[in-house]
Design a protein around this ligand. Structure first.
Ligand SMILES: Nc1ncnc2c1ncn2[C@@H]1O[C@H](COP(=O)(O)OP(=O)(O)OP(=O)(O)O)[C@@H](O)[C@H]1O
Ligand SMILES: [Mg+2]
Length: 262
């Protein structure tokens, strides 16, 4: 079972969109997949997967108030299950917990992943992480063996992300003595310029940084263009149309799925 955390240091890069469409795609491929809303600051799964009854959030499993199987909900899509985040006020309580509490939560997450594989028979887990480097976000990164670092090509976004690699990924490597984890860089919302003098400069910028990330152990994954149909669909569809969004991103999601499951 692969555990894929979709992460970014800055907000609004496309983590939720990629986590949900990747999960949907893996489900369509016949892999029993669980997607976890790990963003306790701004949960979004109610909009992608309106629950038919009040779901028990993943955090109830973290705090020991529910079993793992209670925080997993079936969706109308084949082989796709989701786990919801708590309400923002309870989510804030978890986010504010101290290092000791987060140490316990990490153990619970690890035990949950074992149940996902051994008891519930999942083939893949995808985690939509919160942005930044909260203890909660680091816990999800730590429990996964794959990660996607989603970056919009904006100077300050790329440079701050690169600056944080050392601090975070050194810890992750420490937690992975077998060297099994794989981390990938995904450019998202890349502009395509019709100006012939601009496009080569964008390409050169992306090349420069993806080489630097590769040297730091984060392999190049894919570069997803800015797709205005995606934005339009996320404004006008209610609930959000996951199959349609996946089609817009098809080639990229296929490539990402191949990378994270190999
Ligand atoms: N390739 C793309 N083309 C156009 N718009 C995109 C693309 N990817 C994401 N978006 C848009 O960017 C916005 C943010 O996407 P999303 O919510 O998935 O990001 P996020 O990283 O989860 O944000 P947050 O950090 O707030 O959780 C959405 O409006 C989405 O439609
Ligand atoms: Mg999000």
């Amino acid at each position: 079972m692969n555990i894929v955390t979709v992460h970014s240091f800055k907000g609004g890069t496309g983590k939720s969109l990629l986590a949900v469409t990747l999960g949907y795609y893996l489900g369509q491929q016949g892999k029993k997949t669980l997607v976890i809303d790990g963003d306790y600051g701004a949960p979004c799964f109610g909009t992608f997967f309106p629950p038919t009854k009040e779901p028990t959030p993943f955090s109830s499993f973290l705090t020991g108030d529910a079993r793992f199987s209670d925080v997993v909900t079936e969706t109308p899509h084949s082989n796709l299950w989701v786990s919801y985040a708590p309400t923002p006020s309870f989510g804030q309580e978890i986010l504010r917990a101290d290092v000791k509490a987060h140490g316990k939560y990490l153990k619970r997450i690890m035990a949950g992943m074992k149940s996902a594989q051994d008891e519930l028979g999942f083939d893949a887990v995808v985690i939509d992480n919160s942005s930044g480097i909260s203890l909660q976000a680091i816990n999800f990164l730590t429990c996964s063996d794959r990660s996607l670092m989603v970056i919009r090509p904006v100077r300050y976004g790329v440079e701050t992300t690169y600056g944080l690699i050392d601090a975070i990924y050194r810890k992750l490597k420490y937690a992975d003595p077998k060297g099994a984890r794989r981390d990938f860089l995904v450019w998202n919302q890349v502009p395509d310029s019709s100006d012939a003098t601009v496009s080569p400069r964008i390409d050169a910028y992306l090349d420069y940084w993806q080489n630097k990330f590769a040297e730091a152990g984060i392999a190049y994954g894919t570069a997803i263009p800015y797709i205005s149909d995606v934005v339009a669909s996320m404004i006008s569809d209610n609930p959000l149309d996951v199959p349609k969004l996946t089609r817009y991103l098809q080639a990229h999601i296929e490539r990402i799925a191949a990378l994270v499951t190999e």
